[in-house]
Design a binder for this molecule. Structure first.
Ligand code: NAI
Ligand code: AKG
Length: 530
């Protein structure tokens, strides 16, 4: 069997390939060479990128086998996550891999701006010895404004505390209590612009943050202001920054990120009081190793069909070891239920009874939906797009979790409500040390049958001789019965037989069985392993 193809579209740490291990065919492509990228995506099961490769809707459409897009870093601006979700493709990033490096670069820029280190260095290399020209300022007792008190902003705060500075911040999504815990005073953006001697920006680029700092904000600034952006290009309006630097409205700026990378607007780049780095925030050995290892681990999990903690478009989160075996069982119950109803329900109740109820079981909801849609839509169904498929079909999905369970330690039940109000249900459990997956209920009939690849479910009126009838029909067709269980509501009432068989039954055999036993219901249910 050929190995899954993992495409490395950018330069990643060698630790990435080591962490992927021998189970994949690793291919390289230059992600900025668009035709080459689209061609390589045709066979890719996973793609690993940094920030230069555009994984947009066109690229995702060119990758019919793609299961995961892994961003070895934080920002996901270069990945079309909604398009990936629609195609059932998981998107992951490495959210903490490079935050220390990015925070350290921002602090480095602040100190360099304060002491003119890059300009003084360039001047000396050019043969000069100019001391007074490069007189700087101390950080001590200055006001430093942090825009964005997230992961990186918080690390910057921690690092700056040692300088004896006054820390203020603008982040509308952070509570004053959290800010004061960090030793930072929350201000409005206008107050922060007016009070700060230094500003450092650590927010994502969104429609709301694009151009957040422009002409109006620079108009509020002190002439001593020095501003640093190591987050995303465009959060500071580049034209407004050029004007503010050129006119002496502010004292200096440092940029690691640009609207277009690489940038070409020389009128900005050539400003003498602007210091530049070519998007180096994450460019350290440590950050690249952590990012590579983190995304390699996510790729391994995703290609093994597992939920991934760092997925940004899946709501599964971290799954407890106790919950984990329930995931494949729930997926199978989802398939089984769909096989039983063969129609589209209006509501789906996902019930978790027993000890499992003490754990976070959100992942079981995803598993149920994934299983339910697996055999009824043509597109790839994954933990990513299964909730979207339910939403698109107007399916009312409800989750009921309850610690009570009578007969078994845990029982998982899926109950569909059809448009005529009728309900259809299937229940399963895991038994013994080997955690055997068993069906323990169908439509209120108690049974106990190990789940298999092929099942027959027959409902008929309870009477002697029926087992011989279906046994003979299956025997004549050469189909072996692997397991069976009969249940009934009352003597002479309705009976239900569940058989596991070694191969699928043909349509002709199903018709013969129906006639032979006068079945009121007969379902052949095949479970495909995902
Ligand atoms: N230069 C580089 O190489 C690197 C850049 N980055 C970038 O740094 C930025 C920050 O990353 P993290 O700290 O990990 O993100 P995060 O998600 O932990 O924090 C972002 C913070 O921004 C705040 N925020 C969101 N909208 C805001 C608004 N309109 N005004 C003010 N605050 C707002 C949020 O409340 C949050 O606290 C991201 O854009 C990321 O892509 C990250 C790593 C390396
Ligand atoms: O991989 C890189 O160098 C880009 C880092 C970055 O900007 C991020 O992780 O958001």
């Amino acid at each position: 069997m050929s190995k899954p193809v993992v495409l490395l579209a950018e330069q990643l740490s060698p630790a990435t390939v080591d962490a992927l291990g021998p189970d994949f065919e690793v291919r390289q492509v230059d992600g900025t060479d668009r035709p080459a990228l689209l061609e390589a995506l045709a066979e890719a099961n996973a793609i690993l990128v940094r920030s230069a490769t555009q994984v947009d809707a066109e690229a995702i459409a060119a990758a019919p086998n793609l299961k995961i897009i892994a961003r070895a870093g934080v920002g996901l601006d270069n990945v079309d996550t909604p398009a990936a979700t629609k195609a059932g493709v998981m998107v992951v990033n490495a959210p903490t891999s490079n935050i220390t490096s990015a925070a350290e670069l921002a602090v480095g820029h602040i100190i360099s701006l304060a002491r003119h280190i890059p300009n003084a260095n360039a001047s000396m290399k050019a043969g000069d010895w100019k001391r007074s020209k490069y007189t700087g300022v101390e950080l001590f007792e200055k006001t430093i404004g942090i825009v964005g008190l997230g992961r990186i902003g918080t690390l910057v705060v921690d690092r700056l505390k040692g300088f004896g500075v006054n820390l203020v911040a603008y982040d509308p999504y952070v509570t004053p209590a959290r800010a004061s815990q960090l030793g930072v005073q929350l201000l409005s953006l206008e107050e922060l612009m007016a009070q700060s001697d230094f500003i450092t920006i650590h927010i994502p680029r969104t429609p709301e943050t694009t151009g957040l700092i422009g002409e109006a904000e620079f108009a509020l600034a002190k002439p001593e202001l020095r501003i640093v952006n190591c987050s995303r290009g465009g959060i500071i309006d580049e034209n407004a920054l050029r004007d503010a630097l050129e006119s002496g409205k502010i004292a200096g700026a440092a940029l690691d990120v640009f609207v277009t990378e690489p940038p070409s607007n020389r009128d900005l780049l050539d400003q003498p009081n602007l210091q530049l780095t070519p998007h180096l925030g994450a460019s350290t050995d440590e950050a690249q190793e952590k990012a590579g290892v983190s995304v390699a681990r996510s790729v391994r999990l995703a290609l093994a069909g597992e939920l991934v903690p760092d997925a940004v478009n899946v709501a599964g989160g971290i799954i407890d070891e106790y919950v984990r075996p329930g995931i494949p069982l729930m997926e199978k119950l989802g398939q089984f239920l769909q096989g039983l109803i063969g129609a589209s329900p209006v509501a789906l109740d996902i019930e978790v009874h027993g000890e499992l109820a003490r754990y976070e079981v959100k992942a079981l909801r995803l598993a149920a939906l994934k299983g339910f849609f697996t055999n009824i839509v043509t597109e790839q169904v994954s933990y990513v797009n299964a909730p979207l498929l339910a939403e698109e079909r107007g399916l009312d999905v409800r989750m009921n979790v309850d610690e009570d369970s009578d007969e078994y330690r845990n029982v998982l039940t899926l109950r569909a409500t059809l448009s005529d109000g009728k309900t259809v249900s299937v229940s399963g459990t895991l038994t013994g040390v080997k955690q055997i997956e068993k069906l323990v209920g169908i439509n209120g009939y108690s049974i106990e049958v190990p789940l298999a690849a092929h099942h027959l479910v027959m409902v008929y009126s309870d009477r002697p001789g029926v087992v011989a009838l279906y046994g003979a029909a299956l025997g004549e067709a050469g189909v072996n019965i692997a397991g069976m269980q009969i249940a009934r509501d009352e003597e002479g009432g309705q009976a239900l037989s569940v058989l596991t068989i070694d191969e699928p039954a043909s349509d002709e055999l199903l018709a013969r069985l129906r006639d032979a036993i006068g079945a009121s219901e007969l379902h052949e249910i095949d479970i495909v392993e995902s």
